[in-house]
Ligand binder design. Structure first.
Ligand code: ADP
Length: 196
């Protein structure tokens, strides 16, 4: 039973690592960004609401995101643990998650921050823009997402640090190297044990 958070700036590689960690620990990777993108694609009401915020690089309103995550965490597969990617990303979302975990009498095992410098992350997002054509990977929107990250999300890292620790992982290097670093760091601290 492992409950993890993955935090890091846009382009740090959270989504890529989330898929691998989900396999390693046998837990579902829950990415709010992916859930929103699939809703946009399927033109659901949620997708219609989220689209304008996402295209502008702004956070979707907390009330919407919190309700979504609450429902997702109540699903069967999340009872055995989970990896949250891209949530929480505001102080309000941290409070909501705190409440959810407390009501379930559980706690997080680890908060993992993938650290990468802006030069690297912006270069990766540029590459992704040409490969995948994500509507929020244009230079202007990326700049804004980085600002939103610094303003809204960086403070939650301090908040978790004050509570006793954030496992900081160097996000540079190959995908495999970063995965190995995360798993090794969590094992060394006795925070999470891979199932495979
Ligand atoms: P990245 O972190 O690389 O910018 P994500 O896929 O995590 O990309 O998120 C893409 C967009 O989806 C965000 O810019 C935002 O509009 C929306 N989003 C994702 N997660 C959240 C969240 N927890 N709260 C509010 N908005 C979110």
């Amino acid at each position: 039973m492992t409950r993890l958070l993955l935090i890091g700036p846009p382009g740090a590689g959270k989504g890529t690592q989330a898929v691998r960690l989900s396999e390693a620990y046998g837990i579902p990777a829950i990415s709010t960004g992916d859930i929103f993108r699939s809703n946009v694609k399927n033109e659901t009401d949620l997708g219609k609401l989220a689209k304008s915020y996402m295209d502008a690089g702004d956070n979707v309103p907390d009330s919407v995101t919190n309700a979504l995550v609450r429902a997702r965490l109540a699903e069967d597969d999340a009872q055995r643990g989970f990896l949250l990617d891209g949530y929480p990303r505001t102080v309000d979302q941290v409070r909501e998650l705190d409440e959810f975990l407390a009501s379930d009498d559980t706690a997080l095992d680890a908060v993992v921050e993938i650290v990468a410098d802006a030069e690297e992350t912006v270069a990766r997002l540029r590459l992704r823009a040409t490969e995948q054509g994500r509507s929020d990977d244009t230079d202007e929107v990326v700049r804004h997402r980085l600002e939103v990250y610094a303003r809204e999300t960086a403070p939650i890292i301090s908040l978790y640090e004050a509570r006793g620790g954030v496992v900081k992982i160097d996000g540079h290097g190959s995908i495999d190297e970063v995965t190995d670093r995360i798993i090794a760091a969590l094992s060394a601290r006795g925070l999470a044990v891979p199932v495979q």
